[in-house]
Ligand binder design. Sequence first.
Ligand SMILES: Nc1ncnc2c1ncn2[C@@H]1O[C@H](COP(=O)(O)OP(=O)(O)OP(=O)(O)O)[C@@H](O)[C@H]1O
Length: 240
Amino acid sequence: MNAIEIRDLSFAYGEIPVLEHVSLAIPPREFLGIVGPNAGGKSTLLKIILGLLSPTRGSVKVLGTTPQKARTRLGYVPQYPAFARDFPVTVEQVVLMGRLGKGRIIGGYSRADREIARRVMKETEISNLAQRRIEQLSGGQLQRALVARALACEPEILILDEPTANIDMRVENELFDLLKLLNQRLTILVVSHDIAFISGYVHRVACLNRTLVCHRTEDIDGQVIQQLYDDEVRMVAHHH
Ligand SMILES: Nc1ncnc2c1ncn2[C@@H]1O[C@H](COP(=O)(O)OP(=O)(O)OP(=O)(O)O)[C@@H](O)[C@H]1O
């Protein structure tokens, strides 16, 4: 069974078509990059996979069921600037939020919830920051906290929407090294503007510009990128 299976999907906001005839099968434990120009439909596709929008036509299956039913089995890391960090909560509290929606929270988090939070903070190497307020974190540390929050729901699929926009190259590499480790047990989808960078990590790149074309990373060269994007995507030659 594929982790995600999209068949002939189209989507429009009212009259405006955003996705057309998109088909994509993502097997378990694939690490897939989604790239494309601004307004190409990347966030819209993620929202459909997350069950927040319904396709105008075509079908989407996530973990063999509807996106809505699979929702609690998906971990989501929002676009970096979209996360307001100026409220007074600690890293541990942010990570524990990942347990919300996983069952009974009235009466506070359970011992098991706290144990899971402890484990994912260790996995993302932020245990030492557990009691730090999030406004005091660096960009890279905050990003790890958001990955830990997504992992706290014990997902089978991890979805990240431009996790490294505005983050420097070293931190970007560290985050993707972590994702590569997590990919040993999780299916990962990551939206990025930087096809050259993610090509060093992902198995396949889905290029989305209203329609979708998939490339294995070894087939990607400057010509493929230029044809698809007219230089809209940052382009650096990348050889394996
Ligand atoms: N709620 C909405 N109502 C109407 N149009 C929308 C809505 N959300 C997005 N759009 C439009 O749909 C198109 C695709 O947007 P989307 O956010 O999916 O693209 P994207 O590839 O994620 O873009 P970016 O790389 O700039 O984040 C754009 O033209 C956008 O203006």
